[in-house]
Design a protein around this ligand. Structure first.
Ligand code: 5GP
Length: 201
């Protein structure tokens, strides 16, 4: 059944929790869902592709986008800008496609104000020690950067009560199953099934 309007889904969680892996798995399993490729001023990590993981831009270009009001939200995170293109997601939502944002907590707070109907999901590791292990295992950031990301994670955890759902990424398959359940439940909400209701009126 084609939806009149797509569902906006906001997924937040600390750097290193495994969001990218969970998202890749979710996108592989679910149709009609678009992952919003963010803009960022940070350097690509090994294996990351421009236009796939992020749109990598220089600071002046990002600041131009802010000034031109082209971003639904943006935030500065560990000395780099990250932001969501408004146009790219609006077109998909209007076409009935669900849109998934992987954004940090300040950006999510802005989306909560502008799009109160969005679904807000926070993803955590099974423990703080496991988060540290995963960041070290990733082997892409210096010790300083990892320490900054762990400190940032503690600040982010304080925002969890503002979210609708909490998903635990112990095993990727478990986290994906929880998100699938959330999305299925949201699609079954009466307000999302109005079009089918007309024939029962
Ligand atoms: P990373 O550098 O590890 O890829 O991402 C750092 C943080 O930035 C993550 O928490 C990620 O969710 C967040 N992030 C990625 N894209 C965006 C965005 O467009 N807006 C905001 N506010 N945060 C983002």
């Amino acid at each position: 059944m084609k939806k009149e309007k797509g569902q906006l889904i906001v997924l937040s969680g600390p750097s290193g929790v495994g969001k990218s892996t969970v998202i890749a798995e979710l996108l592989g399993q679910r149709d009609n869902i678009y992952f919003s490729v963010s803009y960022t001023t940070r350097q690509p990590r090994v294996g990351e592709q421009d236009g796939v993981n992020y749109n990598f831009v220089e600071r002046p270009e990002f600041e131009r986008m802010i000034a031109a009001d082209e971003l639904l939200e943006y935030a500065e995170y560990v000395n780099n800008y990250y932001g969501t293109s408004l146009k790219a997601i609006q077109e998909r939502l209007d076409a009935g496609v669900d849109v998934l944002l992987d954004i940090e907590v300040q950006g999510a707070a802005k989306v909560r104000t502008r799009c109160p109907d969005a679904l807000f999901i926070f993803i955590i590791p099974p423990s703080f020690e496991e988060l540290s292990r995963r960041l070290h295992r990733r082997n892409t950031d210096s010790e300083d950067v990892i320490a900054g990301r762990l400190e940032k994670a503690k600040v982010e955890f304080k925002e969890i009560p503002s979210y609708d759902y909490l998903v635990i990424n112990d095993k990727v398959s478990g986290a994906v199953a929880e998100i699938e359940a959330i999305l299925t439940a949201a699609a079954c909400r009466v307000e999302n099934r109005r079009s089918i209701l007309t024939q029962f009126a």
